[in-house]
Design a protein around this ligand. Structure first.
Ligand SMILES: Cc1ncc(COP(=O)(O)O)c(C=O)c1O
Length: 404
């Protein structure tokens, strides 16, 4: 375990103040949006120094932008909250979660192998299976909740550079032992990358457990209001250098625009408040679903019946996030019927918004997957994913009750 220190302020207060910069010339309370594609140099020497990295002057917003950098600092502060050496880390913001994830995988695993968790968000899974191999990155998929499988896979693939998993897998809700995985992987001189979108730094900070790279779809809980598509990475500055990540982002062009970064930063300030309510509601909804006759099984790390409940209870703080998966007894047809009957819950494929979203992976997000592989990865025909919002929980439960 990495050493952590007691901070002067709580995580909640840190979220409210994260990313703050020095006073601007007008003393703006909220930092302005630097909606400018390029920046003006005082003279040729300043421009020359800027290109040679000898000053901190901004050049062009594909390389960096003050509003984007403010969000980068804020996310980094939250993901490294409590770490003694947090100043060694840096955030990098992207135009989408997939831009962050694909750029990090390409720059860290080029010419090598990636071992990924068997169940992952659909597009990440597709990228690793289809596009990454075209770029010379070989990939394999195993159940990383079993460290023995990881050891075998590492021995089979000596060129492994990266292990990729989600802190709570989408949509199977599997939780893996990040600390144990990091110890095993580091012995093999590879890196661990965790997509922390579902758990968020409010519940879990993978870097404190030994992970090397944390990724986010900030589209979800960080933004929180469903207004922006965005992504982020947090990792050590020296690792950014080592894998040339800034160059990859610059030349692949995946950085976020300033307006999106601004909106995401406003959302981030209320992350702890929202997550607290998402998690409290999700726990009650999960218990309700578990007791319902139409429901075969519920997956939520907070439930005692969850296969990794003990592990989750020992690593998660303040609850277990807002996403629940459940299996309907009626299979595929029951899934489709439920989608058409809900009234308060919104039928949409995202999560992390203040309102409750519901979706049926077999007919939506994971419909592109081979049905056999989908089944093997635990994404069955009757599986429903519910991203519990911050409405009053009684209203969410009564909507589900009438629809079930
Ligand atoms: C766990 C997870 N990671 C990554 C992504 C991709 O993020 P984005 O849609 O912002 O590109 C998603 C999208 O749903 C997701 O659920």
């Amino acid at each position: 375990m990495i050493t952590t220190s007691k901070k002067l302020i709580s995580f909640n207060s840190a979220a409210v103040h994260a990313g703050k910069r020095e006073r601007d010339q007008f003393g703006s309370h909220i930092a302005p949006v630097y909606q400018s594609s390029t920046f003006v140099f005082d003279d040729v020497q300043q421009g020359k120094d800027a290109f040679q990295g000898e000053n901190n002057v901004h050049i062009y917003s594909r390389l960096g932008n003050p509003t984007v950098e403010q969000l980068e600092r804020a996310i980094c502060e939250l993901e490294t909250f409590g770490l003694e050496d947090s100043e060694l880390y840096q955030g990098m913001v992207f135009g989408s979660g997939m831009a962050a994830i694909s750029t990090a995988i390409i720059s860290s695993a080029l010419g090598g192998h990636v071992i990924a968790q068997d169940a992952l968000y659909g597009c990440t899974s597709q990228f690793l299976k289809e596009e990454a191999p075209l770029l010379g990155i070989s990939t394999s998929f195993v159940d990383l909740s079993d460290p023995f499988m990881l050891e075998i896979e590492l021995k089979k693939n000596p060129t492994t550079k990266l292990i990729y998993l989600e802190s709570i897998a989408n949509p199977t809700m599997t939780v893996c032992d990040i600390q144990l995985i990091s110890e095993i992987v580091h012995e093999h001189h590879a890196m661990v990358m965790i997509d922390n979108t579902f758990a968020t730094p409010y519940h879990l900070r993978p870097i404190t457990l030994g992970a090397d790279i944390v990724a986010h779809s900030t589209t979800k809980y960080i933004g929180g209001h469903g207004t922006v598509i965005g992504g982020a990475l947090v990792l050590k500055k020296e690792l950014i250098e080592e894998i040339s990540l800034s160059k990859f982002r610059k030349n692949m062009g995946g950085i976020s625009g300033p307006q999106d970064a601004f909106l995401l930063h406003q959302g981030l300030k209320t992350l702890p408040l929202r997550m607290k309510k998402h998690a409290e509601n999700a726990m009650e909804v999960a218990e309700f679903l578990e007791s319902h006759d139409a429901v075969e099984k519920v997956w939520y790390p907070g439930l005692k019946s969850h296969p990794q409940h003990k592990l989750s209870s020992s690593v998660f703080e303040n609850g277990f996030g807002g996403v629940i998966s459940f299996e309907l007894r009626g299979g595929f047809n029951a899934g489709e019927q439920l989608m058409n009957k809900v009234k308060l819950c919104t039928l949409a494929v995202s999560l992390g918004t203040v309102d409750t979203l519901i979706q049926h992976p077999a007919s939506m997000t994971h419909s592109v997957m081979d049905p056999e592989l989908r089944e093997q990865a635990g994404i069955t025909d009757g599986l429903v994913r519910l991203a519990v919002g911050i409405e009053d929980v009684e209203d969410i439960i009564s909507d589900l009750e009438q629809a079930l």
